[in-house]
Design a protein around this ligand. Structure first.
Ligand code: BES
Ligand code: ZN
Length: 633
């Protein structure tokens, strides 16, 4: 199944390079690229890129960009190093909204280029074709548009400090083409470097290694340099800039945040060094050098993003008790599943997210113990069952390997993916399974992967007999909808006490006295399983007894607001409004607008009124989600 393209002979010499930079391959800018192979075959065909990497591909990107906080625009140049197949003399790049002014070779000679204006381009954007005239390194002068969907420019009011503006990017899945002209496909790995200028006193961080101290340019600006010398999929190039400070955790771990947020952020992620050690013990060396994190302002649209050497985190996971830092374990685990071995196409994103969710749970088990890990796994399992209940066991989007056309939240790619690996682990035993998964990461490090490759690798390197293959049901798990019958269910004892409390509540509105001693997962389980219909008296009693509307855990606050709005509970409306104005994380914002929208005459005017106020503060990802929800019927 695995075919490495043969037309680029140079690639073969360097396939599977995993370690330090070796001999120079080509005459390119420093640092020398480690060239990672391209997968071919229909299952590795990325329909979301314009690139034709078999003909010509980018191996290295050198950015020289200025951050203009007044115009809210990024502009400058990108120098791309290329590998070009024999007989080819052009390259196709991905762009979306970029204003390209000039394309030259590195001697400054103008090259012919065309940026196709496509009527209905959408997120795929516009192909930029450059005629190379023999060039193997090209420079593109350009400016990103003001509304680049990868970038969010925050006003000072949207930050904790309230004085300085802030910028962050979000590349996954296909947003980076709105600020970087390159081949924006997860199967086309590239090394990169950057020089970024920003106004004082802002600091800049990127998903690459900072090079020395920033240079004072004497014009009120400073220049920051970064290098990523390992080939990464381009969605992992990321930037953030703002008034931020750093605090070290361990020898290779630390956290950035706005000064007033840093103490709380640090306290929440203080176990990170321990997590890295646990992860290495499970699946081998952490290969990226440092593992730092930045806790961003609450407009960040995700819980976290696994940008190499610099995980991006929402501040909304801070609960004061580290109960939500499965999130940190998750983003850390992506340093293997996702960043080392990467889905070649987005329809196989379970290879990133499902493997990571399994790995996350193993880190949680190692650092916080089996009981917590088993409770978190049980919540994932409930999520799978809930989603399958909604869309049906035979909905095609419930296969792990999809055509990318289905959006089922986290239940399939994340939770079904994790339960697949858990099931395999239970059948073959932890020792064999862990050895197999470690060799998967090692043998495919810095390379793309497909579902077929994963299946073939399991058959070749894990499965011991035909009888075992039959018990594993690998193809059913990967390629068929629904949940295979051999699933390793969570331990029913994980939530025994909570489930009894849910039953007790169901009849007589008995509010659990044990609540305040419960873990966050137990509290979530209880709220998840309350009857869908609750009277206003019941909601008021729950809120009073459990302190739901004043909880410091945003996961629990979100569940409270969701169930209150579903039952048209007026006192929750101002609370929801305040939450939706404070938080931009799509996972919280989209469902709350969806609930309001579902509540027709009662909820729609409320949704429209709140959204008119909050829209401008949301990232394009969050806005897109809300607008889809509010266009229903
Ligand atoms: N890589 C994802 C975030 C992502 C997914 C961005 C799809 C764009 C498209 C990240 O690792 C993630 O899964 N974040 C979750 C964390 C959670 C499952 C612990 C999130 O943001 O909620
Ligand atoms: Zn993830």
């Amino acid at each position: 199944m695995r075919r490495i393209t043969a037309s680029l002979a140079l690639l073969l010499a360097t396939a599977a390079c995993t370690n330090a930079v070796s001999e120079p391959l080509l005459s390119t800018a420093t640092p020398e690229p480690m060239v990672s192979p391209i997968l071919t075959g229909p299952e590795a065909l990325d329909t979301l890129t314009w690139a034709e990497p078999q003909k010509a591909r980018v191996t290295h990107v050198a950015l020289d960009l200025d951050l203009d906080f007044d115009a809210k625009r990024v502009g400058g140049s990108a120098v791309l190093d290329l590998l070009v197949a024999e007989g080819e003399d052009s390259i196709v790049l991905d762009t979306n909204g970029l204003e390209v002014t000039r394309v030259t070779d590195t001697a400054g000679r103008e090259l012919d280029w065309a940026l196709e204006e496509l009527e209905e381009a959408g997120a795929k954007g516009s192909p930029l074709t450059v005629i190379l005239g023999g060039a193997r390194s090209i420079r593109i002068d350009y400016r990103a548009p003001q509304d680049a969907t990868a970038l969010q420019w925050l006003s000072p009011e949207q930050t904790a400090g309230g004085v300085h503006p802030f910028l962050f990017s979000q590349g996954q899945a296909i947003l980076n083409r709105t600020w970087i002209p390159t081949q924006d496909s997860p199967g086309i790995r590239q090394t990169w470097e950057a020089r970024i200028t920003a106004p004082k006193p802002l600091d800049v961080v990127m998903s690459g290694v900072a090079q020395g101290e920033p240079e004072d340019l004497g014009n009120g600006r400073r220049a920051f340099r970064f290098v990523m010398d390992k080939p990464v999929p381009p969605y992992l190039i990321a930037i953030a800039a703002g008034d931020i400070d750093f605090r070290a955790i361990g020898p290779r771990t630390g956290v950035w945040a706005e000064p007033s947020v840093l103490p709380r952020a640090y306290a929440e992620v203080a176990d990170t060094e321990e997590m890295v050690v646990a992860a290495e013990e499970l699946y081998g060396e952490y290969r990226w050098g440092r593992y730092d994190m930045i806790v961003l302002p609450p407009a960040f649209p995700y819980g976290g993003m696994e940008n190499p050497v610099m995980t991006f985190l929402t501040p909304t996971f801070i609960a004061g008790d580290r109960s939500n830092n499965g999130l940190v374990a998750h983003e850390l685990a992506h340093s293997w599943s996702g960043n080392l071995v990467t889905n070649a196409v987005w329809g196989d994103s379970w290879l990133n997210e499902g493997v990571t969710t399994y790995f996350e749970n193993r880190i949680v088990e190692a650092v916080y113990g089996k009981a917590r890990a088993e409770q978190e796994a049980a919540l994932m399992y409930a999520n799978i069952l809930e989603t399958l209940g909604e869309v049906g066991d035979d909905a095609p989007g419930t296969a792990l390997s999809t055509d990318g056309g289905y959006e089922l939240g986290s239940a399939i790619a994340y939770d079904k993916g994790a339960f697949f690996l858990r099931t395999v682990e239970r059948i073959v035993g932890r020792e064999r399974f862990d050895a197999w998964l470690q060799q998967w990461f090692d043998n495919h490090a810095f390379q793309p992967a497909t579902s077929e490759l994963f299946y073939d690798d399991m058959m070749a390197n894990l499965v011991a007999s035909d009888a075992e293959a039959e018990r594993l049901m690998l193809r059913e798990w990967i390629f068929e909808p629904g949940l295979p019958g051999n699933v390793a269910k969570p331990d029913p004892a994980a939530f025994a006490a909570v489930d009894a409390a849910v039953t007790a509540y169901g009849g007589g509105s008995t509010i659990p006295a044990a609540w305040s001693g419960w873990t966050a997962a137990e509290q979530i389980r209880f709220l998840d399983n309350l009857p869908a219909e609750l009277t206003h008296e019941q909601l008021a009693a729950l809120d009073t007894a459990l302190g739901l509307s004043s909880t410091g855990n945003n996961e629990i606050l979100f569940l409270w607001l969701e169930m209150a709005l579903e039952n048209r509970y007026e006192p929750a409306v101002p609370q929801a409004e305040a939450f939706l104005a404070r938080v931009g994380r799509a996972k919280f914002v989209r469902p709350l607008f969806a609930v309001l929208w579902d509540e027709g005459d009662w909820g729609r005017p409320i949704a429209s009124r709140i959204y008119a106020e909050t829209r401008d503060s949301y990232h394009s990802v969050t806005r897109g989600g809300v607008e889809r929800v509010m266009s229903a019927q």
